[in-house]
Design a protein around this ligand. Structure first.
Ligand code: ADP
Ligand code: MG
Length: 254
């Protein structure tokens, strides 16, 4: 498991005088869900887009599956799946047609229905993406990352704006993708999401990685340092109440 599939060393991104990414280094292991966790403006998307070959870096090295970004970015493109904003999908095409279109771009034969089944959208095969709910649209955009059978997929805040059921459903899908052997790198600003979903996380703030470990180890370390929560914490929270009342299952339109 501890085989790095992405190695980032001393990565810097400057926009004029401003350094959005300030010499960060980390490895992503093969087969894990790796999270970049941090507030807005921390530099998460910039870091992701550099590794995805979509944005230039100022300095540092990035190696993806043994391929040096400086030497062969197009070879990296072939082994990764990048989530696109669904707003950019051709509005006139249905889901099957969109998958066939992407398959053509990647030069890959795909079975659209099998792919839609993976993300639980078979019954929407003939619908257009604008007819999907937020959660469905996110599942569809994750499906499009899988078309070229990538070794690694990149998800930039995939659950932002979703309701609790749709978020949990998406977490399950992301875990299934990991369990089927694809490495996942995800950004989020939700602590609960990072804790529940990620095998390891890098906490980013103002362009720097300030901590990198498994969520469990980070919490244990904090507790061992003598930290105590200021008041007795209840063993459930309002989200638990909500899920208990409304159920785990997806809504018709979720
Ligand atoms: P995050 O994804 O963590 O919210 P970003 O990587 O999008 O953060 O942005 C990091 C910082 O870089 C922010 O302060 C943002 O305003 C700045 N930034 C991002 N893109 C540009 C750009 N094209 N030009 C100038 N500054 C940018
Ligand atoms: Mg971002």
């Amino acid at each position: 498991m501890n085989n790095p599939i992405i190695s980032v060393r001393n990565l810097v991104k400057s926009y004029g005088q401003f350094q959005a990414v300030q010499s960060i280094s980390f490895d992503v292991y093969e087969g894990e869900i790796f999270g970049l966790l941090g507030p807005n403006g921390a530099g998460k998307s910039t870091t992701l887009e550099i590794i995805e070959t979509l944005r230039s870096k100022t300095s540092g090295t990035v190696v993806v599956d043994g391929i040096d970004l400086d030497k062969n970015p197009s070879a990296i493109k072939k082994i990764i799946g990048v989530q696109l904003q669904t707003s950019g999908f051709y509005p006139g095409l249905n889901l099957v047609e969109l998958i066939n279109l992407f398959g053509g771009l990647y030069n890959r034969a795909v079975d659209p229905i099998e792919l839609l089944r993976k993300v639980n959208l078979e019954d929407k095969a003939k619908n257009k993406s604008k007819e999907l709910s937020g959660g469905q649209r996110q599942r569809f955009s994750i499906a499009t990352t899988l078309i070229n059978k990538p070794k690694i997929i990149f998800l930039d805040e995939p659950t932002t704006g979703l309701d609790p059921q749709a978020r949990r459903n998406l977490w399950d899908l992301i875990r299934e993708i990991r369990d089927s052997g694809t490495t996942v790198i995800i950004t989020t600003h939700y602590m609960d999401e990072a804790e529940q979903l990620c095998d390891r996380i890098a906490i980013m703030d103002k362009g720097k990685i300030i901590k990198l470990d498994s969520p469990d180890k980070m919490i244990d370390e904090l507790v061992a340092s003598g930290f105590e929560r200021p008041k007795q914490v209840k063993s459930a929270n309002l989200e638990d109440v909500f899920i208990q009342l409304t159920g785990h299952e997806m809504r018709e339109d979720a």
